[in-house]
Design a protein around this ligand. Sequence first.
Ligand code: BDP
Length: 718
Amino acid sequence: MAAERAHRAICLIFLLLVAPVAAAEDGYDLWLRYKPVEEPWATRYRATLTQLVAPADSATLPAAATELDRGLRGLLGTAPDRADRVSRDGALVVGTPRSLPVLAELKLQLPAPGSQGYVIRSATVDGHSVLIVAAADDIGVLYGAFHLLRLMQTRQPLERLELREVPAIQLRMLNHWDNLDRSVERGYAGQSLWDWHKLPDYIDPRYIDYARANASLGINGTVLTNVNANAVSLRPQYLQKAAALAGALRPYGIRVFLTARFAAPMEIGGLRTADPADQAVRQWWEAKVAEIYRYIPDFGGLLVKANSEGQPGPQDYGRSHADGANMLAAALAPFGGVVMWRTFVYSNERPDDRAKQAYNEFVPLDGQFRDNVLLQVKNGAIDFQPREPFHPLFGAMPRTPLMMEVQITKEYLGFATHLAYLGPMYEEVLRADTYRRGEGSTVAKVIDGSLHGYRRTGIAGVANIGTDRNWSGSHFDQANWYAFGRLAWNPALSAENIAREWVGMTFGNAPTLVTRVVEMMMKSRQAVVDYMTPLGLHHLMAEGHHYGPQPWFGGGPRIDWTPVYFHRADARGIGFDRSASGSNAVAQYAAPVAARFGDLKRVPEDYLLWFHHVPWSYRMQSGRTLWDELVHRYTRGVDVVRDMRKEWEELAPLVDRERHDQVATFLRIQEHEALWWRDACIAYFQSISQRPIPPGLQPPEHPLDYYQALEFPYAPGH
Ligand code: BDP
């Protein structure tokens, strides 16, 4: 009895000791874990950071000081003493020239006010060697503070620093496809973070942690509501709630935006039309926007999905996208707000190649938009596929600022369970060369404004954030949020370096751990491409929810939502002919790109079936026939996942148990689903090609009708 009690007591003590540590490793802290730094770095850092001189006379500067305090306390055990002025070597001096006169005296060459840039540099103040984090504006100071913490989290030296950072893109946005009932369209990480029902009174502390995470990356805007918009979000009751969120996010430099449903004047305004040429409609929007600014004085603007997938828009009244966008832009202009008008449009009535429609619709409108309109263009012309060639609009609208939209959430890349690091995908599109002004006219230069001299620039990621304890549905999906933010700040960064940073901050800096996890991450997205849609295939996902393969599907409300429309497999071959002999979508690219994509011999094999219908017997670079290569690629994708599982198992001693277990389980799910994808696609395409499985490769586990009978009526995100 006594022994049992003693045992229980020991267990309890053990639990008390261990529980908080374990809880801290559930992923909630993201890359801001601030775990103790090991020697010799700890001693080195302590010598450089003996004192913290950081004023707190605005909303944002205290956020910087608090973050430094929290970060240094975690990393070094204690935070340096706070002081009003420098009195020792190793002081950390953090602020703006306005808030700290000593920074004005130093005549630092700070990035221009409004640029949101900062410097981190060593200097001498009153004979003391100090480290300075300074900016012209408060927000730059906060960004600099996070940068300094990142240096320490990734074990970089702090001596003799001379860093100067300015973001390349002005609007670095998250788009939440969140509904007012807290469901999230294409969300795989729980419910919407925004607890609309309890707002405006209850400010969930998670809003602040969300803001910190974003500010650590330099993300400076968030669209709270779904692009498939609900006019109710523009009612005063909801504006009040959005204002409360804006208040919580403001100290972290994050401005709030909303989506506008084009028919709102009718649905909540009682008007009989939403025609942008109608005076009453224009006045309604002017009044609505003025009202929004009464609630949210620094409101960012409106994101609009119009005449797209059934959403109302100006074309309902015979007006153009420019007419619609300009009406809203006119209402926002007096307050400094912008319109982000999406180009994701395609018409059911005109059955042209869907990949061509956005270009055809918008290029003729170049130069017709008001100067506070940005067009928001998806990375590719179809829809966030595992791999797409860059969207032909990039580079084709020199007089209209184009911003890019990518998906962070993995609607088409295995939801939350598949490990797919998207850094390489973002990097691929940013570095793609449009050739619009000769060689080197990369997509990055289009969206950072340097190619055409855009006055406004932006980039948006469809968020993968929800109420899941780990925010993103899986630990590795946090890396996609991270990579998006880092590339939004600086599109020239390498996906691999970003991964290295992230692993160091998220899992730890042991060199083997970093090297091996980064290796896994870097091959993960190509693996998904291989086991889902190799060689330029696209949109083979199941109808509606997009979970799993359904390459045989050809029904439903519209043909261009179906896999058979996209792969066009027949007895002769497979692929969508977008060359001159087909839909001629290639002609939408600049001549050198069109020539390359349009030529069967020169098109990169990764895009082969995107642009060409190719005979099954076609000889590939590997020497295999197309059919054999297809089976080979599907198999390769599964093999890589198997390798990742093994590698992750080997890393068990270097990763905390809780996170290791979840990742291991998800990798098992991924292997299972990758095999399902491979086998279902091969079984189906084989029924068309009538060719044998190449020697040495496994035939599908089940006959085709087994895969065709699978149904998932409650798959998430739909
Ligand atoms: C598609 C999604 C759909 C979105 C649409 C969009 O399946 O849920 O509404 O994109 O971007 O990928 O508007």
